[in-house]
Design a protein around this ligand. Structure first.
Ligand code: MG
Length: 165
């Protein structure tokens, strides 16, 4: 593809870990004794990814598009929100060239689920799995993430617009 315009975007998100919630990362429900707290399903990685995409397209962020004061987004499936973000950027002529995420979590160990998480995000975004990178790390016991109080995620994306749009 000959891209006429390329934009990068970056996103960051944090959610608190609590008992009594499912742990959903990149649209995949992971076996764990705690889950992330939030108005939606609190999928911190998908939230960071959406903000990266929206920033690259110079659109409002997810806090503005999907406000946590709205009942419409209560317990929302973040993958459905991601799907709507993709539709919105494609209407403007953008395509996702590449995405790369980092998730920092002290527990659980994410390595066994990384491929499934990449495949799920790629499927939702309608791109090849090869276009979605994922790194899982810990913070070596330091800070709120290290104390197991929450999970952090960062996402970087490259969006391209071809000449005929
Ligand atoms: Mg969030």
């Amino acid at each position: 593809m000959n891209w006429e315009t390329l934009h990068i975007g970056h996103g960051y998100d944090v959610h608190r870990l609590v008992y009594g919630r499912a742990l959903i990362l990149c649209g995949v429900t992971l076996p764990h004794d705690q889950g992330l707290l939030g108005h939606s399903d609190a999928d911190v990685a998908t939230h960071a990814l959406m903000d990266a995409i929206l920033s690259a397209a110079r659109l409002p962020d997810i806090g503005q598009l999907f406000p946590d004061t709205s009942d419409r987004f209560k317990a929302a499936d973040s993958c459905e929100l991601l799907d709507s973000v993709m539709k919105r950027i494609r209407e403007l002529g953008w395509e996702l060239v590449d995405a790369d995420l980092t998730i920092a979590a002290e527990r659980p160990k994410l390595a066994p689920y990384k491929e499934e998480m990449r495949e799920k995000l790629a499927q939702v975004m309608g791109v090849q799995t090869a276009s979605v990178g994922l790194t899982a790390t810990t913070t070596e016991g330091l800070g709120f993430t290290g104390r197991g109080e929450g999970i952090e995620a960062w996402a970087t994306v490259l969006l391209g617009k071809s000449g005929n749009k």
